[in-house]
Design a binder for this molecule. Structure first.
Ligand code: 5GP
Ligand code: ZN
Length: 112
């Protein structure tokens, strides 16, 4: 199975890395939708939230904790948004669980 995010994590495909720890790698989105658009990607290949097991609960918490550290590092005092897309209707295009960290200007209308 080939997975673009697994290849980025292994360093086989280049990316602009902004953060890494034992649980996650974070890099700039290739097609940024905001001035700050970072993808926080658990190192373990999990296709989407539906494929999580109880063993993965800490991993997802670690991804949010990484978001906090990246936000502090980038000085995002005005706030940020974290988005996860799971499945077809949500428009998930890369089938490796990830969290979009968006910031840098006032965001438009909220869905929720
Ligand atoms: P999704 O739609 O699955 O929630 O988000 C996938 C994101 O991955 C998109 O925002 C897309 O721009 C980004 N992306 C896809 N391929 C690559 C890549 O090779 N490198 C980087 N840095 N981002 C990618
Ligand atoms: Zn993967």
């Amino acid at each position: 199975m080939s997975c673009i995010f697994c290849e980025i994590i292994k360093g086989n495909i280049p990316s602009t890395k902004v953060y890494e720890d034992e649980f996650v790698t974070a890099f700039n989105d290739l097609n940024p939708q905001m001035p700050v658009h970072v993808l926080i990607v658990p190192k373990k290949h999990i296709a989407c939230v539906n494929d999580m097991t109880e063993d993965d609960v800490n991993l997802v918490g670690q991804a949010f904790f990484a978001a906090k550290k990246i936000a502090a590092e980038k000085g995002l005092e005005n706030g940020y948004r974290i988005i996860n897309n799971c499945g077809e209707d949500a428009g998930q295009t890369v089938k490796h669980i990830h969290f979009h960290l968006l910031a840098g200007k006032t965001m438009g209308d909220k869905i929720i």
